[in-house]
Write a protein that binds this ligand. Structure first.
Ligand SMILES: Cc1cc2nc3c(=O)[nH]c(=O)nc-3n(C[C@H](O)[C@H](O)[C@H](O)COP(=O)(O)O)c2cc1C
Length: 150
């Protein structure tokens, strides 16, 4: 399966996860590329690829720096994304009770509004846990691939 791993980050955790996910996929039978959301144009979404979106939360439940320019384009994007399939992995910290992991949910909501279909479990990493972000993401990946029929 051709897979694009998109990440939005402010302090680098999401980028590390995205790279580790792509490395794991490329070790197997998949072909994965990693793209920073700030370099991604919503018009480039294609149903021929599967997307993994890895995105943290900053401010008060807001998008991290590199996801903001993407979202400005995405909010005004009027394409039809039906047929597009993706999986979502959100980073946050339960210290921020009210806004836990909401950054990724901003992107998730817009993808759903445009008709894209989320497959598999919604992955999460809580910075207040002792779990290493990439360990959690790599445990989440097989279930997502199975749900995607890959
Ligand atoms: C200034 C600041 C604000 C944050 N705000 C939130 C928040 O509102 N909700 C949340 O769940 N996590 C919040 N976080 C936690 C980050 O999402 C978490 O540390 C994440 O692992 C960072 O990933 P990144 O390095 O890819 O940006 C915040 C972190 C910082 C430093």
């Amino acid at each position: 399966m051709d897979i694009t791993v998109l990440y939005g980050t402010e302090s680098g955790n999401s980028e590390l996860i995205a790279q580790d996910l792509a490395d794991k996929l490329n070790e197997g039978e998949h072909s994965a590329e990693v793209v920073d959301l700030q370099d991604f144009d919503p018009a480039d979404f294609t149903a021929d690829r599967f997307y993994l979106v890895v995105c943290s939360t900053h401010g008060e439940g807001e998008l991290p720096n590199t996801a903001q320019p993407f979202y400005e384009r995405f909010a005004g994007f009027e394409g039809d994304l039906s047929g597009l399939r993706y999986a979502m992995f959100g980073l946050g910290d339960t210290f921020y009770e009210e806004t836990y992991s909401q950054g990724s949910e901003i992107i998730d909501r817009r993808l759903a509004e445009l008709g894209a279909e989320r497959v598999g479990e919604y992955g999460r990493h809580d910075a207040s846990s002792w779990d290493l972000p990439s360990d959690v993401a790599l445990e989440w990946l097989p279930g997502v691939l199975e749900a995607a029929g890959a």
